[in-house]
Write a protein that binds this ligand. Structure first.
Ligand code: AR6
Length: 349
C-alpha cells in the first residue's frame, strides 16, 4: 500500500528514511526530534552540526546511525501562528522537500511524523490533511511506500464533524451481536437449516423463476442440480474479479496506473492481479478498487462477491465503507483516515 497510517514510535520504523520534525538550528530539541537523536546516538548531532541549519519549509538529510533506517530527513515545519502567516504552504513544502530528498537517495520506504503538530501547535486535523494530500499527490507520480506515523491515539483526530457523522451512521446500522440472544440465534439457525432441506427436496421440480429465487438461498445446491455434469457447471463460471476489474477500468476511461494509484495499491500487486485471471484479492484490496472506480453500492457488492466477500452490517469496517459510498466520497485516503480513527484495517494492499 503506497500510503499507510500506522501507530508507532518512528524511531522503531524499519524503513529507508525517517523524517524528523526539527527546528531551523538542526541541533536537536524535544518531541520527536529528541527521541530521534537519543535513538541515533551522538554521531547524528555531529553530522547535523556540519549542515549549517535549515530554513522553515525545507529539509536536509543525514545518515541514520544507530537507528534502523539508512537516513534521517530533518524537516523544519512552521510554528502555528493562527493560520494566516503562510503556515500551510510551509508545511506542504516540508513534505515535498522531504519526499524529493528521499527520492534522490532512491528510498523505497519513508516514514513521517505529523510535522508541526506537537510543540509547534499546528491543529492536528489540518496537519494530517496536509500530510495525506501532499504525500498522495507525490505518489501519483512516484513509486514509494510512505508511512504517516501517529505516536499516540490522542495525537490523532479526524474532523469532529466527520467522526460524529460516521459514528451516527454506525449506530444506525450496526447489528450488535450482543443484542442477538441465544434463543434468537438458535431460531435463525433452525430457519436456515429448514430452508436448506426444502431446497434439496424440491429443487428439481421448480420453474426457472423459482430456481432463480432459490439461488439466493442456496446457490451451490441449485447450481449443482441444474448442471448436467461438473464440466458443464465449470463451463458456466462467471466473470472473475480480475476480469471485472479490468473491464471496469476500461469502461471508466482511466488508465491502469490512474486506477491502482487512486486505489492506494502498488504497481506490483496490480500486475499480479492483471496477469492472473483467478487472482483472489484480500477484502480491503477489492474494496479499494471499487472505491477507485467510484462504483455504486450495488456494483461494489457485485465486485466483492466475485472475490468471495460481502458487505454486512455486522462490522464497523463494512459500515464505514458503505457510509463513504452512500455519500459518494471516493477518496481512499480520507476513507483510510476514518477507518484508522475507528481502529479498523485500512484499504489498499
Ligand atoms: N514517533 C512518532 N511521532 C512522535 C514521536 C515519536 N517518537 N514523538 C512525538 N511524536 P513535535 P513539532 C509526534 O513536537 O510540532 C522540537 O523541539 C507528536 O505527537 O515533535 O514539529 C523540535 O526541535 C506530534 O504529533 O514536533 C522543534 O523545536 C508530532 O510528532 C519543535 O519541537 C510532531 O511533534 C518542532 O515541533
Amino acid at each position: 500500500m503506497p500510503l499507510q497510517i500506522v501507530r508507532n514510535d518512528i524511531t522503531k520504523m524499519e524503513v529507508d528514511a525517517i523524517v524528523n520534525a526539527a527546528n531551523s538550528s538542526l541541533l536537536g530539541g524535544g518531541g520527536v526530534d529528541g527521541c530521534i537523536h537519543r535513538a541515533a546516538g551522538p554521531e547524528l548531532l555531529a553530522e547535523c552540526k556540519t549542515l549549517g541549519g535549515c530554513e522553515t519549509g525545507s529539509a536536509k538529510i543525514t545518515k541514520g546511525y544507530k537507528l534502523p533506517c539508512k537516513y534521517v530527513i530533518h524537516a523544519v515545519g512552521p510554528r502555528w501562528l493562527g493560520g494566516n502567516r503562510g503556515e500551510r504552504d510551509q508545511l506542504i513544502s516540508c513534505y515535498r522537500t522531504s519526499l524529493e530528498l528521499a527520492k534522490d537517495k532512491e528510498c523505497e520506504t519513508v516514514a513521517f511524523p505529523l510535522i508541526s503538530s506537537g510543540i509547534y501547535g499546528y491543529p492536528k486535523d489540518q496537519a494530517l490533511r496536509i500530510a495525506i494530500d501532499t504525500i498522495s499527490e507525490f505518489l501519483l507520480e512516484n513509486d514509494m511506500t510512505v508511512y504517516i506515523v501517529i505516536f499516540d491515539k490522542k495525537a490523532y483526530q479526524i474532523s469532529e464533524k466527520l467522526f460524529s457523522d460516521i459514528a451516527e451512521y454506525i449506530d444506525d446500522n450496526y447489528v450488535d451481536e450482543h443484542t442477538d440472544d441465544y434463543s434468537e440465534r438458535l431460531r435463525r439457525l433452525n430457519a436456515i437449516h429448514k430452508k436448506e432441506l426444502i431446497c434439496e427436496a424440491s429443487v428439481c421440480e421448480e420453474s426457472d423463476e423459482e430456481i432463480d429465487m432459490l439461488m439466493t438461498v442456496a446457490p451451490m445446491a441449485v447450481a449443482s442440480k441444474k448442471a448436467k455434469s461438473l464440466d458443464d457447471a465449470l463451463g458456466q463460471i462467471d466473470e472473475s474479479f480480475s476480469e471485472m476489474l479490468l473491464r471496469k477500468i476500461d469502461e471508466s476511461g482511466m488508465t491502469d496506473a490512474e486506477c491502482y494509484k487512486k486505489a492506494n495499491i502498488d504497481r506490483k500487486l496490480f500486475s499480479k492481479i492483471r496477469s492472473d485471471k483467478l487472482y483472489k484479492p484480500s477484502k480491503p484490496t477489492a474494496i479499494a478498487f471499487a472505491i477507485a472506480l467510484e462504483l455504486s453500492l450495488d456494483e461494489t457488492k457485485d465486485m466483492l462477491m466475485k472475490a468471495g466477500f460481502a458487505l454486512s452490517h455486522s462490522n464497523k469496517f463494512d459500515i464505514i465503507i458503505e457510509y463513504f459510498i452512500e455519500n459518494e466520497n471516493y477518496n481512499v485516503f480520507e476513507i483510510n483516515e476514518a477507518l484508522f480513527a475507528f481502529d479498523q484495517s485500512l484499504l489498499g494492499a
